[in-house]
Design a protein around this ligand. Structure first.
Ligand code: SAM
Ligand code: SF4
Ligand code: FES
Length: 351
């Protein structure tokens, strides 16, 4: 079969045998990529039209007890600047976001034990009470079943926990021994059982990532059928063990976005900040490759530079309103339109 035929098969079946997918990932040219993106756009438009949904990101704590080798917030980076937003500051970010048309708030942090279940449920309940028409997404890392359940009961709807890699050996290359792929997978299944809309995902081009790792990722995603998949290029941070490693590329990230759109047709797929960092028009190109979400930053400008996962992160100096206007322009330039709604996933039955 030709690569175009593989792409057609993937679109029609939401599936391609592993070895055929390998050929597509390893041996494609620009014409194949252009065809993939054309099909990915057709599929996203069939489900979502031209709509792009907004997620307002509030990075509320840069403290982290974990030591992921890739991340600038890791506990062993003594130069990382640590901060915590207060409940009032978080609510202010939401109120400002609401005025700007956001109907989803994503609360993200390092794994910070200061935010106990008691403190975190109090914050979630306050946002739920202030904004009953909004979705609340959490991205707090690994917590207990009781914790996830309490946060859900307090009003959270969605949880983002990237699986990072579905290959155990690769997981061990990216994390110290205390962090295990089995734990992460257990968390994802627990979140699903509790009733959250769940987001998984991985970095593209992380150190040690092979085609087999990516095939494992795609196999896992097809099986798990998450509502959201966050992918972006790995970008090195100067204060981590991976400081000297090469960054993931724009091209490979775009290609994988296109593949994901065909594999999981109704999935919510962000054009990430990391994609906008690796290339000036990365997010626009992501939208043209099948993405349908953008996640502008709603964190106070004073703390933005302190939430540095990787070097040269964009949008660290702009106010929330500036990013909102900037993204409106970018999304429209790519031929799409921002929609002020919660942006829930469309449910379909896939073959
Ligand atoms: N602490 C929570 C967790 O790990 O799930 C949420 C915050 S964490 C900073 C969010 C995501 O950032 C991670 O899942 C990881 O994929 C991504 N990330 C961390 N370091 C990165 C890097 N150097 N390049 C690209 N993405 C990175
Ligand atoms: Fe902490 Fe998340 Fe960074 Fe890992 S990726 S060090 S858990 S903030
Ligand atoms: Fe933040 Fe463009 S999206 S400045």
């Amino acid at each position: 079969m030709t690569n175009h035929e593989y792409i057609d098969f993937l679109e029609q079946n939401q599936f391609l045998p592993r070895e055929d997918l390998r050929v597509l990932l390893d041996r494609h040219d620009e014409t194949d990529a252009a065809y993939l993106f054309e099909r990915a756009r057709a599929v996203r438009e069939r489900f979502y039209g031209k709509a792009v949904y907004l997620r307002g990101l509030i990075e509320f704590s840069s403290h982290c007890k974990n030591d992921c080798y890739y991340c600038g917030l890791r506990r062993s980076n003594p130069a990382a600047e640590r901060y915590r937003l207060t409940k009032e500051e978080i609510l202010f970010c939401c109120a400002e976001g609401y005025e700007l048309g956001f109907r989803t708030f994503v609360l993200q942090s390092g794994e910070d034990p200061w935010f106990t279940d008691e403190r975190m449920t109090d914050i979630v309940a306050a946002i739920r009470a202030a904004h009953p028409d909004c979705a609340i997404t959490l991205s707090l890392g690994e917590r207990s079943r009781e914790s996830y359940a309490a946060l859900f009961a307090a009003g959270a709807d969605r949880y983002l926990l990237r699986h990072e890699t579905a290959n155990a050996a690769h997981y061990a290359r990216l994390h110290p021994d205390e962090l295990r792929l089995t734990t992460r997978m257990d968390c994802l299944r627990t979140l699903r059982e509790i009733g959250y809309q769940v987001g998984c995902g991985f970095m593209v081009g992380s150190p040690g990532q092979t085609t087999d790792c990516l095939l494992d990722d795609l196999g896992f995603l097809r099986e798990f059928q998450p509502e959201m998949v966050g992918i972006g290029p790995f970008l090195p941070h100067h204060g981590t063990p991976f400081a000297g490693e090469a960054a993931g590329t724009l091209e490979q990230t775009l290609f994988l976005l296109g593949i994901l759109r065909l594999l999981l047709p109704a999935v919510l797929l962000p054009a990430t900040t990391a994609l906008g960092t690796v290339h000036a028009t990365g997010r626009e190109q992501g939208l043209r490759a099948g993405a349908n979400i953008v996640m502008p930053n709603l964190s106070p400008v004073g703390v933005r530079k302190k939430y540095l996962l990787y070097d040269n992160k964009i949008c660290t100096g702009e106010e929330a309103a500036e990013c909102r206007v900037c993204l409106q322009r970018r999304v429209e330039g790519a031929g799409y339109e921002i929609v002020a709604s919660r942006g829930d996933p469309i449910s379909i039955s896939t073959g």
